[in-house]
Design a protein. Structure first.
Length: 127
């Protein structure tokens, strides 16, 4: 689903040739340990490795890891900030921030399981 959502989001940015991806360092076993030497992003309770590249390059992000079951990247966004894809280490949902029209088109996309989220409402959890 994450890959499908990112492919759909590519249509709504003018800068998919310049994208950023954050991967949680605690959830990834990198095939090449040198990859963890890049820039780091520290947020409360998590630390991420920051990668840059084209959205097409980043579609192969799972090739960087030893595990085939690694979840979606924690954050993906294009340089023009047209949207942001965010997911936690628990892969039951992801958030997409974008203009309302973009979200409406994603909700209508039959290839995706997307719903509108109200930040005032309680968000889904496992428990």
């Amino acid at each position: 689903m994450a890959r499908t959502a990112l492919e759909a989001l590519a249509d709504y940015s003018s800068s998919t040739r310049d994208c950023y991806v954050c991967v949680w360092e605690g959830g990834a076993t990198f095939r090449n340990p040198a990859l963890t030497g890049g820039p780091m992003l520290d947020l409360p309770h998590r630390r991420y490795v920051l990668f840059t590249g084209t959205l097409d390059d980043l579609m192969g992000w799972s090739d960087l890891f030893d595990s085939e079951v690694y979840s979606a990247p924690a954050f993906v966004w294009p340089a023009d900030h047209a949207w942001c894809f965010a997911s936690d280490v628990d892969p039951h949902w992801a958030g997409i921030g974008a203009d309302r029209g973009v979200v409406d088109r994603l909700v209508a996309d039959r290839n995706l399981d997307v719903v509108h989220a109200d930040p005032e409402e309680r968000q889904p959890t496992y428990y």
